[in-house]
Design a protein around this ligand. Sequence first.
Ligand code: SAM
Length: 276
Amino acid sequence: MNKSIKNALFDAWQYLKKHNIESYKIDSEILLSFVLRREKEYLISHDDEILNDSHMKSFYALLKKRSSNQPIAQIIGKKEFWGCDFFVNRSTLIPRPESETLIEEILKLFPNKDERLIFADFGAGTGCLGISLLNEYKNSKCFFVEKSLNAMKMIKKNAKNISQRAIFLHQSWHNIVIKQKLDFIISNPPYIPLQTNLMDDVIKFEPHGALFAKNNGLKCYQDILQIASKFLKKNGYLIFEIDKNYEFIRVPINFQVIKIESDLLSLKRVMILRIP
Ligand SMILES: C[S@@+](CC[C@H](N)C(=O)[O-])C[C@H]1O[C@@H](n2cnc3c(N)ncnc32)[C@H](O)[C@@H]1O
């Protein structure tokens, strides 16, 4: 029997709760709004509306995926970051809200939005960092460096509106050639130590190449620190996303750490280095 929005949501809550999905309420609402192609407010204002067969079928199919711990962002194919929706797939890390702290820090370093900055996003994933910055700095240009082909496809899709200011380098950062000197490099590299226990949503569904790094999570930092200076202008910046392991990053003498900044949860999240 077809159900009203109100009853379908109530059943969805019970179903996801039974599968230990803590965010069962909000997730049910997101999935039903996605199926109906409506804003969430519509669910409240039209809670007596009866769902048709096709909507019911689609809603149940999505709930089933969520019950297996697949992240909501992957199910609906997008995630909001810095005020914009980014397409995601199984090859891209889902943009995290705490990574917005990197954008905030760059806005502090370069307060003039008209500046003609040239910068690179190393390990761009969905492109969320570089694209958000290109949206802020309309005269700037970004080199997107990403070794995963499927992630690079997503970056190009996400960068559609600013593609004339984007250069896509589908390569490892070890192999790239960039002829211009950069004002800064931003990077949220893989930094989780191998064999770390992570939640099912993450370990089963997000790309391991975007999560884990050897040397107790430090390998990508060390690699980037070895090569970054050849791309940067004098006084150029290297801005890393970090976690609690940051204290073990060995900083070479050609770089100076000028700031460690915390995110909204007071966790150390950004390291800013500079070539003196
Ligand atoms: C933690 S994800 C970050 C994605 C995105 N920047 C973000 O903040 O959501 C790291 C990304 O680095 C890429 N990556 C890892 N090693 C790389 C390498 N040697 N060269 C280029 N990209 C690399 C991974 O494929 C992954 O997309």
